[in-house]
Design a protein around this ligand. Structure first.
Ligand code: PXL
Length: 276
């Protein structure tokens, strides 16, 4: 069975990070091995939360994995709790990556043009350093701007959807390298639609679906998990992005109809069958 290491936090409430990746990758017939960066009572979007940062435990955790001689077909990284963790993940990559391993980095840093409260400049720089080692990146529009040193305000002010997509594609292209072959910019909203833009050396492909309500916790994590699972299964990137979009569309539609609070994440569990 193929194996994917998922470096992310474990949040008790919010259906995000590891509580999103574990069921998704398992439903896809892959072994999901969590490397928890922190344990939270709930994700940080709620009014308050308890957080236990696991940075001090990660070296010992990884040393045990190293003893087992384990290798991974995929590595997916998300929310980091500290700068040191970025270094620890680089150690993980050096020890457990093979030339065939797909490394998907979700460069979690912010949204709506703002850096998350739990992130600062040094942590953002650490995420950017990690991103350079990835094969696949899944930034949202804000994170794409941070990665490229571009202005989010100027990008959003461009006249019309086509102009924004063209600029997003040209920014994402600047990130491509011998290692990084795929950038998927997620959550591009335009009126009643939401798109993901897949950018590779072959060009850009925009995948669009209906947009329901506002943004929900964990949708980026679910997207990255489905994408990683499909890529590890050998699916081409465009098919993988379409599958992730359909899964999210069904999950978000249910949550919107049910009036689910955005902090509680989306009702994805009843749609896991789509991924089997
Ligand atoms: O889904 C992103 C995410 C992951 N983990 C934690 C978060 C968030 C978003 O707010 O707070 C702890």
């Amino acid at each position: 069975m193929k194996r994917v290491a998922v470096v992310n936090d474990l949040s008790g409430l919010g259906r995000c990070s590891l509580t999103a990746a574990l069921p998704v990758l398992s439903a896809m017939g892959l072994e999901c091995c969590p490397l928890p960066t922190a344990v939270l009572s709930n994700q940080t979007g709620y009014d308050s939360f308890f957080c236990c940062d696991l940075t001090d435990s990660l070296d010992a955790y990884l040393a045990e994995w190293e003893k087992r001689g384990v290798r991974f077909d995929g590595v997916l990284t998300g929310y980091l709790a500290s700068v040191r963790q970025a270094r620890q993940i680089e150690t993980l990559l050096d020890a457990f990556r093979t030339p065939q391993t797909v490394f998907v980095c979700d460069p979690v840093m912010g949204d709506d043009g703002r850096v998350y409260d739990t992130y600062d400049d040094t942590l953002c720089r650490a995420v950017m350093r990690l991103a350079r080692r990835a094969n696949v990146l899944t930034p949202n529009l804000s994170e794409l701007c941070f990665l490229c040193g571009a202005s989010y305000g100027e990008l959003c002010a461009l006249p019309g959807r086509e102009a924004v997509l063209r600029r997003v594609e040209s920014l994402a292209r600047t990130l491509l390298s011998d290692t990084l072959h795929t950038v998927v910019v997620t959550g591009l909203r335009s009126g009643a639609e939401i798109s993901s833009l897949l950018v590779t050396a072959a060009g850009g492909v925009c995948v669009t679906g209906p947009c329901y309500g506002g943004s929900y916790s964990g949708t980026g994590d679910l997207f990255a998990a489905v994408l990683t699972g499909e890529l590890v299964r050998g699916t081409d990137a465009e098919t993988a992005v379409r599958k992730a979009m359909r899964f999210l569309e069904a999950s978000i539609a249910d949550s919107f109809r049910a009036g689910t609070d955005r902090n509680d994440g989306v009702d994805f569990q009843t749609h896991l069958g789509m991924l089997l």
